[in-house]
Design a protein around this ligand. Structure first.
Ligand SMILES: C[S@@+](CC[C@H](N)C(=O)[O-])C[C@H]1O[C@@H](n2cnc3c(N)ncnc32)[C@H](O)[C@@H]1O
Length: 246
């Protein structure tokens, strides 16, 4: 999966980048022949790749909760016309409590942006302030974040407002532990239950629950793509579309 983005920097530069950033969430291939990779703590995210366009053909893309920016850089590499990547850098808190590593915030993203000479626009803002961007997007990526916000319906409503006519949201989130796929229920894990020492996982969703919530937010509904179990954790992946009349 790391090889989907071609970086291929020289070994000295790669070593300096690996030295500078104390923890990575995403795995990037810095120099394949020397086997130099960032060792991202996010594992087994391959199931998301088939849901992404092979060709972003000039689309405007918003990646919410981008962390090191893998999906934003992939969108740019696959032809997106404009990519905005946002994060409130909440991860600094759970990276510290889970791995005892202190991040400044944004250092992994900045390092890859420089290596790629990328034009992805990084903004350190909260997803609940996205209306401040004042623009709409053809594709919004919302991966690994909906279960980490206190007001998931509010976030869906904000994404609906940021979506251009005919656009769609690709949504991936934590699933309900008991896997009751056809019930519009929400699982509420105890603090630290999903990931030890990480108190920021509030919800586990079912596809039916996401569908009901999406309709409240003004989408046509939630179209399920996959419900894999990754490293013992249920996940839900699908799309939210605006109504064709909007
Ligand atoms: C588990 S990581 C997922 C990273 C990436 N989207 C992926 O799926 O590989 C969740 C990200 O969402 C960010 N995040 C959480 N709450 C946020 C909020 N309210 N606004 C913006 N970013 C947020 C975190 O800081 C973190 O970078």
């Amino acid at each position: 999966m790391a090889d989907l983005i071609q970086i291929e920097t020289d070994p000295e530069t790669a070593a300096a980048v690996l030295d500078r950033v104390p923890l990575w969430f995403h795995t990037f291939s810095l120099n394949r022949s020397r086997g130099l990779y960032t060792h991202g703590v996010a594992r087994d995210h391959r199931y998301r790749i088939p849901a992404l366009p092979e060709d972003f053909g000039g689309m405007s893309v918003l990646d919410i909760g981008t962390f090191d920016g893998f999906y934003a850089f992939l969108a740019e590499a696959r032809g997106a016309g404009r990519v905005v990547a946002v994060d409130n850098e909440q991860y600094r808190e759970w990276v510290s409590s889970r791995w005892g590593v202190e991040l400044q915030g944004g250092e992994g993203f900045a390092a890859i942006r420089e290596l790629l000479d990328s034009e992805v626009d990084y903004q350190r803002i909260d997803a609940f302030d996205l209306d401040e961007l004042g623009e709409t997007f053809d594709l919004i990526l919302c991966f690994g974040i909906l279960h980490r916000v206190e007001n998931p319906l509010g976030l869906l409503k904000i994404m609906r407002r940021r979506l251009a006519a005919g656009g769609q949201v690709l949504l991936e989130t934590h699933g309900a532990a008991d896997r009751t796929l056809d019930s519009a229920a929400v699982h509420i894990p105890a603090p630290g239950e999903v990931y030890a020492h990480d108190d920021f996982v509030y919800w586990g969703f079912t596809p039916a629950g996401l569908d009901a919530m999406a309709r409240h937010a003004g989408f046509e509904g939630f179209e399920l793509i996959d419900t894999p179990v990754i490293d013992g954790h249920p996940r839900v992946l699908g799309t939210l579309r605006s109504s064709p009349l909007d």
